[in-house]
Design a protein around this ligand. Structure first.
Ligand SMILES: *[C@@H]1O[C@H](CO)[C@@H](O)[C@H](O)[C@H]1NC(C)=O
Ligand SMILES: *[C@@H]1O[C@H](CO)[C@@H](O)[C@H](O)[C@H]1NC(C)=O
Ligand SMILES: *[C@@H]1O[C@H](CO)[C@@H](O)[C@H](O)[C@H]1NC(C)=O
Length: 350
């Protein structure tokens, strides 16, 4: 047995013990970003990018369409469970007034948001800059309910989970001539990373010390991306995957330099690319049988309002599908991704 698997087993033992004590591994989990992690903030916005209606949520607790872009749990929900929390960080816009429910964290993410401010504006979603302001407001609420000293330890001990960049490419760059005619994908990546850098510095200035950032997924393998940008081959689109790989490399370099300039910051990249690529290219080895088509509707394109209870063709059971809708993994795939995230994120809580 390798050192790392031994380490993992010891670690999991610690998780199990602390979880059975009813004590999460960290005081709180704060979540920022896009539809991959939005747990219902967009329900409260005038946007078409929503998922608070069936069949979304049909495999969630009480079959509740909470606004999650999934049939069930998001990878971040599994992460919350893995950390020992008994509830998920609530969507911040759901509960502004209820101070105590913020003690274990909150979710500020907004579908169709990203590192590029105008992506969110295009869809009337919450830009990352505003998500940070909402977090700042949340800190003030915490001081009111828990006092300054408890709040300080919550802030510095918490894990901050960030998922962004997907919408900047898929819902903006690739379909927006004002961007793709002006910038190469490489130049656009540089712009996104500049904004990423500022975002991390702002979170750090507000006290965040343990930040996990997800990479871009294999964008060219998302069912809707194959339909829109593929050449009728049903294969992953290389151009989009290469853009993701290139972005992820830059994300790594930028993160390393942030790590060097910001004392006591633990900044970890959580790789989504490889595990999701494995699921898509080798579904049966991972217990899935369908990776090209999503479960909802025809499975080739539909997401958000186009994936609804009248969509024709929605599968009966999503557990064999890698994708739930045209852009988002199924709960079953999210479980696999979350297990990988846990391993990648070990250094955040060890
Ligand atoms: C701070 O936390 C401690 C331990 O959980 C608790 O006993 C105390 O009441 C908290 N302080 C405030 C002001 O809520
Ligand atoms: C960047 O990549 C290197 C080499 O693969 C890895 O060791 C390092 O942990 C990565 N950096 C971050 C911040 O994830
Ligand atoms: C879907 O299938 C899995 C196994 O194939 C089964 O465990 C699960 O109960 C099914 N879900 C529903 C809602 O039928």
């Amino acid at each position: 047995m390798g050192y790392s698997s031994l380490f993992l087993i010891c670690f999991l033992l610690v998780v199990v013990l602390s979880v059975s004590n009813g004590q999460p591994l960290v005081p709180a989990l704060f979540i920022f970003g896009d539809s991959v992690v939005d747990a219902g903030n967009n329900n409260h916005l005038y946007t078409i990018v929503k998922a608070n209606f069936p069949p979304y949520g049909r495999d969630f607790k009480n079959h509740n369409p909470t606004g999650r872009f999934c049939n069930g749990k998001l990878a971040s929900d599994f992460t919350a469970e893995n950390l020992g929390f008994t509830s998920y960080p609530p969507a911040y816009l759901n509960l502004k007034a209820k101070g105590k429910s913020l003690l274990n964290g909150a979710n500020f993410a907004s579908a169709a948001s990203g590192y590029y401010e105008s992506t969110a504006k295009l869809y009337h979603a919450i830009p990352l800059s505003q998500q940070v302001l909402n977090y700042k407001e949340c800190q003030n609420i915490l001081v009111d309910v828990a006092g300054q000293s408890n709040t300080s330890s919550i802030i510095s001990g918490a894990i901050y989970l960030v998922s962004a960049g997907n919408s900047d490419f898929i819902q903006n760059y690739y379909i927006n001539p004002l961007l793709y005619k002006v910038y190469t994908a490489d130049q656009f990546s540089d712009i996104l990373l500049q904004s990423y850098s500022n975002f991390i510095k702002n979170l750090y200035a507000l006290g965040a010390r343990k930040i996990g950032v997800t990479t871009l997924p294999p964008m060219g393998c998302l069912p809707a991306a194959i339909t829109l940008f593929g050449s009728h081959s049903n294969e992953c689109v290389d151009r989009l995957n290469n853009d993701a790989i290139n972005f992820n490399k830059k994300l790594n370099t930028t993160s390393q330099s942030l790590q060097k300039t910001l004392p006591n910051l633990k900044l970890v990249l959580l790789d989504i690319y490889q595990p999701l690529h494995d699921l898509v290219t080798k579904p049966s080895e991972n217990g899935f049988f369908e990776a090209r088509k999503a479960c909802c509707g025809t499975g080739l394109l539909e997401t958000s309002i186009l994936c609804n209870h009248q969509s024709i063709g929605t599968c009966a059971n999503a557990s064999d599908y890698v994708f739930w809708d045209g852009f988002h993994p199924s709960e079953a795939a999210n479980k696999v991704l979350a297990d990988d995230l846990l391993i990648a994120g070990l250094s955040l809580f060890s």
